[in-house]
Design a protein around this ligand. Structure first.
Ligand code: SF4
Length: 417
């Protein structure tokens, strides 16, 4: 008599190490970060269950497939996985399952242990932004919230206020010569700052990369070239309406401007499509001049933002992030990480839209960095932590949250949700 031996083989689905899955409810998205193929399945409890298992360390990242009762929907999903090179089904001995490794991102020394012996703030810091002066003059008044959106100009309802130049040197001297850290200076108008000579002397000693952010029109045009006498320094101009465009036209004729073009960024602050068109016509094409358009939200131009700043679903899916970008965005906010802001009165924060984490007149930069790493929320503010993005299938595609979203208090600059 013949006995058929029980089949000890099972079918197992695994995801390739470069494939990512997002599950929300009964919806699944699979993204292959190598070839950019996106697979999307809506309202499918069976596919959701399979992908959950394939992402579960407890199953060894293997989802068992019952080939005898596979539905047409699941069969089609398995074929999609195979044909897109996002995963595959393999036959395996039930007792000797293969080893599947799903890579996970980690950051060295992060978060640092509280007693981390060699804690160095410069391992985490990228930019320190100082607001050297603040004013409530006409220009600042027209752009009251600019600093919260893109750092310049800076408004202060109290009137004119300055930070002592010594504050910069005293707080940053421990960073002297460190590469990879940039100091940024902004204000109502830096060309009015009365301690510029002192500041420049100290900046030369610090030997750090520096950017000066200046609104146009500015108070003293000759002063801006003096700022570039610090070694590794750059200028960022902010063209504000109504007088900025003509101030820029004058400036572009200046011999120093032409000579220093490579060290200058021009940011055009726009509140409407009309302002954009006006500036697009005014700006020369095919020059080395680096120009960026910065939309300014004034509380009344939501429509301009919706039409020109928000992303459509197609634009989002076409962003095609790399594997490294996805890993990084799972842990940190690439836009906001490593940034400290010091207000004119010394108050420190990791984003100007958030409350303070200390004061530079009492706290060291190292302690402020520790405060953010242990107790803060900004440097690690990923889309996976905020609504509605954390419930959205496209969360791995979207760029990290930025100042505009924090300022406006909405995290979905898109037509998806
Ligand atoms: S809801 Fe959030 S994650 Fe989803 S597409 Fe919009 S911005 Fe991106």
């Amino acid at each position: 008599m013949k006995h058929s031996l029980p089949d000890k083989h099972i079918q197992l689905l695994y995801l390739e190490p470069y494939s990512f899955s997002v599950i929300t409810g009964n919806n699944v998205l699979i993204y292959n970060s190598l070839n950019g193929i996106i697979l999307e399945y809506k309202n499918s409890p069976s596919i959701t269950r399979i992908v959950r298992k394939a992402e579960d360390p407890a199953t060894g990242f293997l989802a068992e497939i019952n080939t005898h009762s596979t539905s047409a929907e699941v069969s089609s999903f398995l074929l999609d996985m195979k044909e897109s090179f996002s995963g595959d089904v393999i036959s395996s001995d039930i007792k000797q399952k293969p080893l599947v490794i799903r890579p996970k991102p980690i950051i060295k020394n992060h978060p640092p242990a509280k007693d981390f012996p060699s804690f160095a703030a410069d391992d985490y810091l990228r930019n320190i932004y100082f607001f050297l002066n603040q004013d409530n003059n006409e220009l600042c008044h027209n752009y009251k919230d600019a600093a919260a959106q893109f750092f310049c100009p800076v408004y202060n309802s109290q009137g004119y206020l300055e930070m002592p130049a010594g504050t910069v040197f005293n707080s940053c001297s421990f960073l002297t010569g460190v590469s990879g850290i940039r100091l940024d200076f902004s204000g109502s108008d830096l060309t009015r700052y009365s301690q510029t000579d002192d500041l420049l002397k100290q900046l030369r000693k610090l030997s750090l990369a520096v950017t000066f952010h200046i609104p146009l029109p500015c108070y003293n045009e000759n002063m801006v070239w003096k700022l570039l006498t610090v070694g590794n320094s750059r200028l960022a101009f902010y063209i504000t309406f109504p007088h900025g465009p003509s101030a820029l036209t004058d400036l572009m004729k200046n011999a120093e401007f032409k000579k220093k073009l490579k060290r200058i960024d021009t940011n055009v602050v726009i509140q409407s499509l009309d302002e954009y068109q006006l500036m697009a016509e005014l700006l020369p094409v095919n020059t080395q001049q680096k120009v960026f358009f910065l939309p300014y939200f004034n509380g009344k131009n939501a429509e301009f933002f919706t039409e020109n700043v928000f992303l459509s679903k197609n634009e989002i899916l076409n962003l095609k992030p790399t594997q490294m970008q996805i890993y990084s965005r799972m842990l940190i906010n690439e836009h906001l990480f490593g940034k400290l802001f010091i207000k004119t009165n010394g108050e420190a924060c990791t984003n100007i839209n958030q409350s303070s984490i200390g004061n530079i007149n009492q706290d060291t930069i190292s302690n402020l960095v520790r405060n953010e790493l242990y107790n803060g929320t900004i440097w690690h503010l990923t889309r996976m932590k905020v609504k509605p993005c954390r419930e959205c299938l496209y969360q791995i595609f979207c760029p990290p949250l930025g100042n505009y979203e924090l300022f406006m208090g909405r995290f979905n600059f898109c037509d998806v949700r």
